[in-house]
Ligand binder design. Structure first.
Ligand code: PLP
Length: 424
């Protein structure tokens, strides 16, 4: 099936007489006829549902759709993108381990890996995705367990060279994990460029309507855990909390997702509610249409902004002048990235604030990548405690505004930007 068909019909496959639309299995528990049947489920001898903290049929149908969209072998949903990025790493890292991560990643992930994981004894070295291969090589240690990056970084809108990063990760015998939130599998399928595991904040384009927080992890099934068995003992050695079961032996290519489900989700419990997964699925049914419109609108608006003399700089890979334009053409469907762009205007911080306060359709919100257009000024909002100097060090220009273009009419949005740029 092509992406458009998977969006509409993937995941839930109703049998004779079953509901055409994915049902919400709003049940914590599932009934069995015998004690033995339940025991086999607990031993992971048979597949089935017993408690919604581990698995739920509504969630699984949506996970199957996202797995198909990414071209993976197994996938799972989490209650947020944060939980997805935590589980993806914690599934293969423990105290004493180390990971390498690009510093351009989303601020929430930066804090999670840079501040919270070290409290659990997992160290993180931040590199830049623009560093040379030799520089990135130097960040790896014998105890490094993965390399992590974003397809399109939030908020700086850089485009990752996935093939280069995969080559580096594999040279050091570790998987490449890619957060594909901004590109979505409609515009980019990181597995095709060598990534091993993909994560998502489904809160953004996938759900698409700013109603539901959620996340997902998908495994390509391509990383050979057994080949590096000494390094990934959690997958390749018996798990005492499952009567000595070994994930790679019992579940083959599905070992990584099975472990994350039956061990991490069992113990840490960040499952989405079936109601939220139902809403996510509704969003996914139109993902292909919305992403295309987001990109068409963003392209028009980026071109308009670039031509406006009040605009001092703009960063959007759809513009031929952008440093990431060529890479976007190579990696993205029809060269389209997403609806998010960054730009600055004359007059610095104060003018940026006046400009944003004058916008009428485009709202100031701490969100991005949904149907409604919105804008954020990190220097005034998410990073407001920092001086201009500190901002520059963190790679955020003081005048940077992150504009997320929705699926409204592009001319209406341009008219809004135009009147706000003229505001005195
Ligand atoms: C928003 C976001 C996250 C965090 O996801 P939540 O659903 O808000 O927990 C992770 N990565 C990226 C790229 C994001 O944009």
């Amino acid at each position: 099936m092509k992406q458009e068909t998977i969006c509409v019909q993937g995941g839930w496959q109703p049998k004779n007489g079953e509901p055409r639309v994915l049902p919400i299995y709003q049940s914590t528990t599932f009934k069995y006829e015998s004690s033995e049947a339940m025991a086999d489920l607990f031993d992971l001898k048979t597949e089935g549902y017993f408690y919604s903290r581990l698995q739920n049929p509504t969630n699984d149908a949506v996970a199957a759709k996202i797995t198909a969209l990414e071209g993976g072998i197994a996938g799972m949903l989490t209650s947020s993108g944060q939980a997805a990025n935590f589980y993806a790493v914690f599934n293969i890292c423990e105290a004493g381990d180390h990971l390498v991560c690009t510093k351009e990643i989303y601020g929430g992930t930066y804090n999670l890996y840079g501040t919270t994981l070290p409290k659990l004894g997992i160290e993180c070295t931040m590199i830049s995705e623009n560093d040379s291969e030799e520089e990135i090589d130097k960040a790896f240690r014998p105890n490094t367990k993965c390399l992590m990056a974003e397809t399109i970084s939030n908020p700086s809108c850089n485009v990752l060279d996935i093939a280069k990063m995969a080559r580096i990760a594999h040279k050091h015998g570790v998987p490449l994990i890619v957060d594909n939130t901004f590109a979505t599998p409609i515009n980019c399928r990181p597995f095709e460029f060598g990534a091993d595991i993909v994560t998502h904040s489904t809160t953004k384009y996938m759900e698409g309507h700013a109603t539901t927080i959620g996340g997902a992890i998908v495994d390509s099934g391509n990383f050979d855990w057994d080949f590096y068995g000494e390094k990934f003992k959690g997958l390749t050695r018996p798990d005492p909390s499952y009567h000595g079961l070994t994930y790679t032996k019992s579940f083959g290519k599905k070992a990584y997702i099975t472990k994350a489900t039956v061990q991490l989700m069992r113990d840490l419990g960040s499952i989405p509610s079936p109601q939220n997964s139902f809403l996510l699925n509704l969003g996914l049914e139109t993902l292909h249409l919305r992403v295309q419109r987001h990109c068409e609108n963003a392209q028009k608006i980026a071109e308009w902004l670039q031509a406006n003399e009040e605009v001092t700089w703009i960063h959007y890979s759809g513009l031929p002048t952008d440093p990431y334009h060529e890479l976007a053409q190579k990696q993205f469907r029809d060269g389209m990235s997403c609806g998010v762009m960054c730009f600055g205007i004359k007059g610095g911080r104060e003018r940026a604030i006046r400009f944003m306060n004058s916008l009428k359709l485009i709202a100031i919100v701490t969100h991005v990548a949904d149907a409604r257009s919105c804008i954020l000024h990190p220097a005034s909002h998410t990073h407001r405690q920092m001086t201009d100097e500190q901002l520059m060090k963190a790679g955020v220009q003081p005048d940077l505004m992150r504009l997320s273009i929705g699926i409204e009419n592009a001319d209406d949005l341009i008219a809004d930007l135009d009147q706000a740029l003229k505001a005195k």
